[in-house]
Design a protein around this ligand. Structure first.
Ligand code: PLP
Length: 456
């Protein structure tokens, strides 16, 4: 509705009022028109800009942003080199199929068909995107209209909120609520749970979709079958979509299992699965992602993709296809990257847990992902709280830490909506997908910090 009113009002102001003699009003309207961006109101601020800059300026060790600083597997680098060297096929330098390079959609259909236990058509059940980010954007643009509500589980990957708003929708937030751990034990991401009655109360006539992110960034929570069934039952009951961001699907620890919500009864037809080669193969800079789902949903994603990005880099898609080919051949075997990477990351997680405990932080042990959230509430004597400040405590703490200790992390409040930031403001997020040398350097900082704290 508003989208239609805009041009009419502009026409009214610029044409009719001008001729009626309202020239100064008119020139103001003319001047302001180019800079109006109604759908961007309230989404133009982003803490990443500030924290990335702070890390670049002050940090010796950056455990803030979520990307590995170790190299991707050799087989993937070789596949990319072969794709760009043109030895095999110089057409890999040209456009390929807009909705996904055929070898990539075929192998994704084969793999996800196996994982979901259903036959998938590579051409209609899979679409390749510029990273999972663009897959998310396509979902919100395709399905969310003005007046639609989208349920977002907090803490959440921060772009969900602006993307829903940019599409004209209204985010409805539900927090994961932490349960106290057993005496003397560290908390686990599994201790952060949805309240079933509270979740049910968020669904309404206006609910178009829920965004599920399991394994979850930033907590590292891997939703259990029971939790997924709760969400699935509500989606079916209220005829809502599930936008299922599963970019960390292979990064699950301690023998936990990643369960795909699309495999639960009644869910395939209403779920879009989103994945990322960046997280799967440690190549976040390649920006190859995908969506998997029923054609009745993917047909609309194709329309958004066709009319926005249209096409993703061919050589990168070809290399990712070769990577999946290799992984399918080694599926479940000890030399599979999908087996080796989580094993290595679990060790890195445990190393960082020890370093943080040493300095007095209380890590929440993540069941999956690159991330670990730590409780910093014990630091208020060292980094005092400022009552009634507009800035959440964790944000000030993270800034203090990077400036004074050279260690960069991200405040957890960045992953909450404005109204809830102050409810969860004593945690910071670290990324442990880092070389052992980087984690050792972080440990050195934390050990020095510990000595300073205990020094007389
Ligand atoms: C939960 C989640 N979804 C999506 C993305 C975006 O993935 P990509 O780099 O493939 O666009 C990220 C990146 O950090 C993420 O953490």
């Amino acid at each position: 509705m508003l989208r239609r009113v805009g041009p009419f009002l502009r026409h009214f102001l610029l044409e009719r009022n001008c001729s009626a003699g309202y020239s100064s009003y008119c020139s103001e309207a003319k001047m302001s028109r180019p800079v109006q961006a109604r759908r961007l109101e309230g989404v133009d601020k982003n803490i990443w800009v500030e924290f990335v800059k702070l890390a670049a300026t002050y940090s010796t060790v950056n455990l803030g942003q979520g990307f590995p600083d170790f190299p991707p597997p050799e087989f993937l680098k070789e596949a990319f080199s072969r794709a760009v060297s043109g030895e095999e096929e110089h057409m890999l330098h040209q456009y390929t199929r807009a909705f996904g390079h055929p070898p990539l959609v075929k192998i994704l259909a084969q793999l996800f068909g196996k994982l979901l236990g259903r036959d998938l058509d590579p051409m209609t059940n899979v679409m390749v995107t510029v990273g999972a980010y663009q897959a998310l954007f396509c979902c919100f643009q395709a399905f969310i209209d003005e007046g639609d509500e989208v349920i977002i589980i907090e803490p959440f990957f921060d772009c969900y909120e602006p993307m829903v708003k940019m599409a004209g929708g209204t985010p409805v937030y539900i927090p994961l609520r932490p349960k106290a751990p057993k005496e003397g034990k560290l908390m686990s991401s599994a201790d952060w749970q949805l309240d079933p009655a509270e979740l049910a109360s968020k669904f309404s006539e206006q609910t178009k979709a829920i965004v599920l992110n399991s394994p979850n960034n930033p907590l590292g929570k891997v939703f259990s079958r029971g939790e997924l069934e709760l969400i699935a039952d509500l989606c079916v009951k209220h005829d809502a979509l599930c936008i299922s961001d599963e970019v960390y699907e292979w990064l699950v620890y301690d023998g936990k299992q990643h369960i795909r919500i699309a495999s639960l009864p009644g869910m395939w037809d209403r779920t879009v699965i989103i994945g990322s080669a960046g997280k799967t193969f440690s190549v976040t800079g390649w920006k190859v992602g995908w969506t998997v789902g029923p054609n009745r949903l993917l047909q609309h994603l194709r329309t958004v993709h066709q009319n926005s990005v249209y096409h993703c880099a061919t050589a990168a898609q070809d290399a990712v296809a070769k990577g999946f080919q290799r992984e399918l051949e080694h599926y479940g075997k000890p030399d599979s990257y999908f087996v080796q990477l989580p094993r290595e990351l679990q060790q890195k997680r445990d190393q960082l847990v020890q370093s943080l405990v040493a300095v007095g932080m209380k890590p929440i042990i993540p069941e999956g992902t690159y991330f670990l959230v730590a409780d910093i509430s014990e630091f208020k004597s060292e980094v005092p709280d400022v009552p009634n400040s507009d800035e959440p405590y964790d944000s000030r703490f993270a800034k203090w830490m990077v400036k004074n200790k050279g260690l960069a992390a991200i405040p957890l409040s960045a992953f909450y909506c404005g109204a809830h930031k102050d409810n969860y403001n004593t945690f910071i997020r670290f990324c442990f997908a880092k070389e052992d040398a980087t984690l050792k350097a972080a440990d050195d900082i934390l050990q020095r910090w510990k000595l300073e704290k205990t020094a007389p």
